[in-house]
Write a protein that binds this ligand. Sequence first.
Ligand code: TYD
Length: 136
Amino acid sequence: MHIDLINLQRKGDERGGLIVLENSKEIPFEIKRVYYIFETLPGIRRGFHAHINLKQLLICVSGSCKILLDDGSEKRTIKLDNNHTGLIVHQYIWHEMFDFSQDCVLLALANDFYNENDYIRNYNEFIKIVSQINIL
Ligand code: TYD
């Protein structure tokens, strides 16, 4: 599985850090929605879904966490532990987030509004769908 990591350019100076995210530039899609996950309790694992159309860029702007990516035939775990690396989560990738540090703030930029119909929340169904896509 290809892991799409984006290295964000730090524009900070002697006063401190600054990183800019602009539509279709640093982010390879139009941003329609932003959300962030924080104060995640120890031992919590979340996500457990894949999207049909949604693309997202995840950036751990504070602290660290791990992201499990699963395309139905391969699983990879990526640790996000800095504020200048973005991980793209493509369509039809089952993902889970875990090992959140206490100070973790995970920022997600998405190319569409929230739509529950875009979620595949059942893993067996996900495997069925991706194996059908891979046959075609
Ligand atoms: P959920 O999908 O469980 O989060 P995760 O996949 O990270 O475990 O979302 C938690 C709740 O927040 C759920 O009730 C749906 C709602 N929600 C929105 O209303 N808009 C959003 O953009 C997101 C991501 C979630």
